[in-house]
Design a protein. Sequence first.
Length: 120
Amino acid sequence: MVRIEDIERKFRKFRSKFWEDVVDTNLSKKDADVEKLKTKMIESDYFETVKRFAEERGWKISSKDTMLTIQKDDKKTTVEIPLVEIDEDTIFIQPWSRVAEKLEALEKPLSGGVKKADKD
C-alpha cells in the first residue's frame, strides 16, 4: 500500500529531475517545450504513485493534464489536486506541503462538496 512518505520521496525525485527543465521552459516560452515537458511529467512515477495512493483508498481518478480530480463512489465528494500548474507558458510545480495536505484529506472521511486547491 502506498504511503504519503512514499509519495514525498517520489515528489523530491520529480522536482529534482524537472526543476531545470521547468526553468528553461519558463524562460523560452515555447508551446512545444511546454507540451513536451507536460507529457513527461504526467507519465512520471510521481503522478502514477499519487493515482495509486488514491485508488487504494477507494477514490476514482480523472485527470486533466496535470490536475487530478479524485472522487468518492458516492460522487458527492471531490478533491482536486494540481500536482503541477501550467498557466499559458509558465509551469509551476506545487510545493510538497500543498500536495501533502490534499493527500491527507484523501485518508479522512469527507463530507460532500468540492475541495479545490488554494490559489496564491
